[in-house]
Design a protein around this ligand. Structure first.
Ligand SMILES: [Zn+2]
Length: 385
């Protein structure tokens, strides 16, 4: 008998696991994975000033190749429960859809991966030819400190080696199979601070107005594109988000002026090379006239891309077999835990359709749960073929 992704998804949806609560979701996975002979570890990670978060790592097999399914069982809050057509933790089925917070983001995706793995195992005498693992966190929708990064470090310290990872986030835009995410742009936040000299506006020669310098530098930093895009990415983009002087006095030249900006950048840059480029351009524009400094905010959102190759082709052909669609290999959108995983193995994101994620009445068509399970099953079979 094959595993039922709808039943698994319902059991998960009935667990109220709003970050950082475990809600019974990891306990359910532990029980189900142990019954299929996975070795299961449950870890709680802590950090001063943050909530403790529970996580799970489960593996079956000890040989290579090692395919890892990653994901999160935590969900965002439901908002006002009265707005939901079905209680958000009931796992109601209505008109061919399964409802509940996390239906697409991403308990449904985990249920499909689990059902596919169980099916693969029962068709192969209970053991994979290599290894299959599940790396599941309860801290993705929160600040992601006590989740995937620590889980990966813990696994690496035990000598775990991964060949490929599928992160089951809702990657599709409109229909199952339309999009695989193979990377994300990086994100960098900076402050530009121009220092001048205060003076009475009637005697400007006694001062040095930093607003002039700030305007000149803002113009210079926007004058030239950062690059022309790359094979997998659109052009990097710098956008000023705030300009602040905070001067309430009408007859005072301020002593300092600031601006804040964000850069979404592609694989022509690293965080460090990008900072150097911006500082170089500002230095050139400033000459010896404008006194300025940059303050960079810490970022763990570097750019990454899993280059198209045999692994992305395996995923794309499984999708085409089941849905008839040729998925777009996309690098758009915000960040996900893939930014941590990519340091350990190539990772692609493929899951359900994201349209109702984080919304009231989040739901998934039952047909999508079954189709995604078949896609994952084909990927597993091909991975170990
Ligand atoms: Zn998610």
């Amino acid at each position: 008998m094959s595993a039922d992704p709808v039943a698994i998804a319902r059991d998960l949806l009935r667990c109220p696991s709003v970050t950082p609560a475990e809600g019974g979701a990891l306990a359910f996975l532990e029980k189900t994975l142990k019954a299929a002979d996975f070795t299961v570890h449950r870890m709680t990670f802590s950090e001063p000033g943050t909530d403790d978060v529970e996580n799970l790592y489960a593996r079956i097999g000890s040989a290579a190749p090692h395919l890892m399914f990653a994901g999160h069982t935590d969900v965002v809050p439901v908002g006002d429960e009265k707005d939901w057509a079905h209680p958000p933790f009931s796992g109601a089925v209505d008109n061919g859809r399964l409802y509940g917070r996390g239906a697409v983001d991403m308990k449904g995706g985990i249920a499909c991966a689990l059902a596919a793995a169980l099916d693969h195992l029962s068709a192969n005498g209970g053991k994979p030819k290599g290894s299959i693992s599940f790396l599941i966190t309860g801290d993705e929708e929160g600040i992601a400190v006590n989740g995937t990064p620590k889980l990966l470090q813990w696994a690496a310290a035990r000598g775990e080696k991964f060949d490929h990872c599928i992160l089951g986030e809702p990657s599709n835009q409109e229909e199952l199979g339309d999009t695989i995410k193979i990377g994300r742009r990086g994100s960098l936040n900076g402050h530009l601070i121009v220092t001048g000299k205060q003076a009475h506006v009637a005697y400007p020669h006694r001062g040095d107005n930093p607003v002039r310098g700030l305007v000149a530098l803002i113009a210079a930093l926007q004058a030239e594109p950062l690059d022309a895009g790359s094979a997998q990415f659109s052009a990097s983009h710098l956008e000023f988000t705030s300009v602040d002087v905070g001067n309430k006095t009408v007859n005072l030249i301020p002593g300092e002026a600031r601006a804040r900006f964000n850069i979404r950048f592609n694989d022509h840059h690293t965080l460090e090379s990008l900072k150097a480029l911006i500082e170089r351009r500002a230095t050139k524009a400033a000459g010896d006239k404008i006194k300025f400094a940059f303050k960079w905010e810490p970022s763990n959102a570097g750019v990454f891309v899993t280059k198209p190759g045999p692994f992305t082709e395996t995923v794309a052909s499984a999708i085409a077999d089941v849905t008839g669609r040729k998925p777009e290999l996309s690098t758009t959108g915000g960040t996900s835990d893939a930014r941590f995983i990519r340091a350990f193995c190539p990772v692609v994101e493929f899951g359900l359709v994201g349209q109702t994620m984080h919304q009231v009445n989040e739901c998934v068509p039952i047909a999508d749960l079954r189709a995604l399970t078949t896609i994952y099953r084909k990927i597993i079979d091909k991975h170990f073929a």
